[in-house]
Write a protein that binds this ligand. Sequence first.
Ligand code: ZN
Length: 404
Amino acid sequence: MVSTLLLRGGIVLDTEPEPRVTEHADVLIADGRIAAVGTGLEAAEVVDVTGRIVLPGFVDTHRHTWQAALGGTTADVDLPEYLNRILGGYAPRYDPSDVFIGNLTGALDALGSGTTTLLDWSQLNTTAEHTEAAIQGLHESGIRAVFGYPGRVSATENSRLSFAYAALGPEIAGTYEAVREWHEARELGLPITVHMGGNGQDSAARGLAVLEQHGLLGPETTYIHPNYFTDDALRRIAATGGTASIAPISETGLSIGYPATGRLLRAGIPTSLSTDTVTSGPGDMFSVMRSAYLFERACGGTDFTTRDVLRLATVDGARVLGLAEVTGSLRPGKQADLLVLSTDRLGLAAHPDPIASVVLSAGPADVEMVLVGGAILKRNGQLLHHDSTALRAKLRESARRTVL
Ligand SMILES: [Zn+2]
């Protein structure tokens, strides 16, 4: 028997082919997938969402999820000091149980804020147990995740989990190691996620030249922090089908560089948004959307709209992760990954343009309900299936042990 769930009478925002609003619409979910969006639909279970905003879950294409206990520890510093503190200072103190609680609570924080898919850019693979703990944390959260890891990893069966190759890349690891990484990723058939272009213009040019000289540019690569690639370099990346992840808050907060949002879009590069780290910013995609929007508008990008930024945070993110057929919009056949926003708060109570309100005014506290693959993971503003009190205690204990 097909199990069906109906979200009845919401203000439905879809993102494909272009962001649009349908008032008083029903979303029908059958066996975890979007079956239809329309009116007068019926189902075995009905949830009345009249007056609330229903939209696809956010896709965060780059998050170091394990850092959940380290919130705010790199405020007021730059990128070299971030690396020094996080990877040099705190990371070595992490045992597998810290990685587990970091990834579980980080993923739950994302879920509770409306992120239904994230790429977990794993940096803490000291031992095989650390890696297993990271995957287990994602698994138990219920989020849809791409685990970015430098190699192949085996994991428990989980239809919501897939893998990417987290490469250090030529700017950090040098030519020889980068060539090895790309060849290994291609042998494994994995997409590549790499931090490139965020270490100044010379480094960006040298790094890209290494990939070009070895014939390694391709559609499987996502460039994180591509701030310093020239427009010409971006055109060359676009020609090979490469994609991008912008983290507007860490890029500005850590003085990495100005987010390249408009230049990426003009170059025709599939572009997405990411939270990166909670050590220098918030972990929710509302803040990220708002920041991306405002930074782009601030430097004269007046044709960059709230609709554009909603696309980047949903359907374009799914495309960048290779999940365009899986998530990111309410197209029938896709997984039912979506959120319902309360409009009770006075700042959201009137919403003549619901897309503008979501991008400019909404926040994690407005997220009333979250579904991943049709499963309700948050309801009435509360995460289900987890003991929040116990998780808070464990996270604080981990912070006490690791942040000295
Ligand atoms: Zn990063």
